[in-house]
Write a protein that binds this ligand. Sequence first.
Ligand SMILES: [Zn+2]
Length: 125
Amino acid sequence: MAKGYQGNKERQEEISSLGKAVSKRAGFKCEWCENKDNLLIWDYKPDSTPAMETLVLLCQQCRSWADGRKFSSNELRSIRNALWSNVPAVAEGAARVLINCKEPWAREAIEESFIDDNIKAEILK
Ligand SMILES: [Zn+2]
């Protein structure tokens, strides 16, 4: 377990070293809903090496959705535009949240997005 903790700590350090660049890319706004409060880096791929493409700047509410918290379908409309991001983690992460709301508009929006076809198929399955 000690090793896991150490790995986690190193990971956190790598993430925080990229944090500034990610925040700048995001324009210091949530990359899903453009909220400016309580922004923190969210790790889209916790099992791989942290990189600009796998980190997303998110507000508290979007982070809670990313972590599986419940939402109303209406609330999720605020992150719909994130599907058009050219950063894979921003678009794919949002798609993985949106698909859970089971609304036709969410599914259609994901289908129309430029997300990689293989990933899209996996999300829409
Ligand atoms: Zn947000």
